[in-house]
Design a protein around this ligand. Structure first.
Ligand SMILES: NC(=O)c1ccc[n+]([C@@H]2O[C@H](COP(=O)([O-])OP(=O)(O)OC[C@H]3O[C@@H](n4cnc5c(N)ncnc54)[C@H](O)[C@@H]3O)[C@@H](O)[C@H]2O)c1
Length: 376
């Protein structure tokens, strides 16, 4: 099996998820190039230590990302660092000729995203993508297939979102994702939004305009050192967009990203209403695809348990159930396949899609200022 030598910059939450996925590459049945993590970089030594203790292929540990990029044997980099660092780090990775799996929002703001996309344009040999794992749940992949087959008939509405509730505890200490300086002024939209956009953008449901309702509820949080810190990011965002299907028929699309959504733990959802069929998926019930059946005038909701039938087949049989870490493995299988020049039925979020995402969020900020829908 072919291997691709990887460096990780940012050994936090998501860096560890990648290491775990690469450690169970044998789970995949297809011969897909395997990522081999040989170098890691983090300014916090305790975070890098987890890798030296758990990933036997790691040979190099750095605190300065430029040293990792200077290693000629590193072919690709997963970079999972605070948003403030995306522009500098992603541009340096691309200019070093390494393939990049970046993280959302792919630049702290529009200017940063433009600079990253410019670097990509100047290095066409680099395969760059942005992480987004939720569409890889088999029940969601089934729904994507139905939409491509136009089973819904005339589309009436799409609702997609990504909601959390842990910030509803006002005593939760602040972290970098709750400051405009490190997270960016998009607030919850930048931190959660690309997840909501992967499916609609890929299916061609491009917003034509956006009306945004943005809210801040908790403006101060414990700083973790006995004091209080300003929490200045948007907590909740509701975006109402107009979009159209392939035939040009328009319909509304609601995109919600919430840090204050009662009862939601990492809850990603996609819902579509159509004249012939409506359907919905929620990561809160991740094996179930719900859809309407109709004998004429009335509709009834039915649930089907899709089981373990992922895009990239694995050793796990279809009678079993699928979860978050499986979705991460599938996303990485998609990325490694794209890196290898293969066509993937549902590929990773592209740099051009991040450009669109930033256009939506800059328009959403304008809309919040003007209280009007902004044309994209
Ligand atoms: N795909 C997903 O589901 C998902 C989930 C959470 C976060 N993210 C994204 O991943 C990225 C990182 O988020 P996280 O939750 O892993 O954050 P984290 O805070 O857990 O990890 C970030 C790591 O970067 C390190 N770091 C900070 N400055 C550095 C520097 N100058 N050089 C090297 N390392 C440095 C930190 O020490 C930390 O270990 C963000 O872009 C975030 O939006 C994605």
């Amino acid at each position: 099996m072919k291997t691709v030598k990887f460096g990780i910059i940012g050994c936090g939450l998501m860096g560890r998820e990648f290491a775990s996925a690469s450690a169970r590459w044998c789970h995949l049945l297809k011969d897909i190039p395997r990522p081999e993590i040989i170098a890691v970089c983090d300014t916090a030594p305790q975070n890098a230590r987890w890798f030296t203790e758990n990933v036997p292929t790691v040979q190099h540990v750095f605190t300065d990302y430029r040293e990792l990029l200077a290693l000629p044997e590193v072919e690709a980099v997963y970079c999972a660092v605070p948003h403030l660092l995306h522009e500098e780090f992603y541009c340096a990775i691309i200019r070093a000729g390494k393939h990049l799996m970046g993280e959302k929002p792919f630049g702290i703001g529009k200017a940063a995203n433009d600079a990253i996309l410019q670097a990509i344009a100047e290095h066409p040999g680099v395969v760059a993508r942005c992480a987004s794992e939720f569409p890889y749940f088999p029940a969601m992949q089934t729904l994507i297939g139905w939409i491509r087959e136009r089973r819904m008939g005339r589309i009436l509405e799409i609702r997609c979102g990504f909601n959390h509730s842990s910030d509803m505890d006002p005593q939760k200490p602040i972290n970098w994702k709750r400051t405009n300086r490190m997270n960016g002024v998009y607030g919850c939209m930048g931190d959660l939004g690309i997840h909501t956009q992967h499916v609609p953008f890929r299916l061609g449901f491009i917003p034509r305009n956006v009306y945004a309702r943005l809210d801040k509820y908790v403006t101060e949080r414990p700083d973790g050192r006995g004091g209080v810190a300003t929490c200045d990011t948007w907590d909740n965002a509701t975006l109402v967009c107009e979009t159209a299907d392939a035939a040009g028929s328009t319909f509304p699309m609601f995109m919600q990203t919430k840090r204050m959504a009662p009862g939601c733990t990492d809850n990603w959802y996609f819902e579509i209403d159509g004249m012939d069929c409506s359907a919905k998926f929620s990561s809160a019930n991740p094996n179930v695809l719900s859809y309407t059946v109709s004998w004429g005038k009335e509709q009834a909701w039915a649930d089907v348990n899709i089981g373990y039938k992922p895009l990239f087949p694995t050793i796990t049989g279809p009678i079993f159930e699928f979860g978050f870490t499986d979705a991460i493995l599938q996303m990485w299988a998609a990325y490694m396949s794209e890196l290898d020049g293969r066509t993937v039925d549902f590929g990773c979020f592209t740099p051009e899609e991040t450009r669109l995402s930033h256009e939506v969020y800059t328009a959403a900020l304008r809309s919040h200022e003007t209280s009007r829908a902004e044309v994209l």
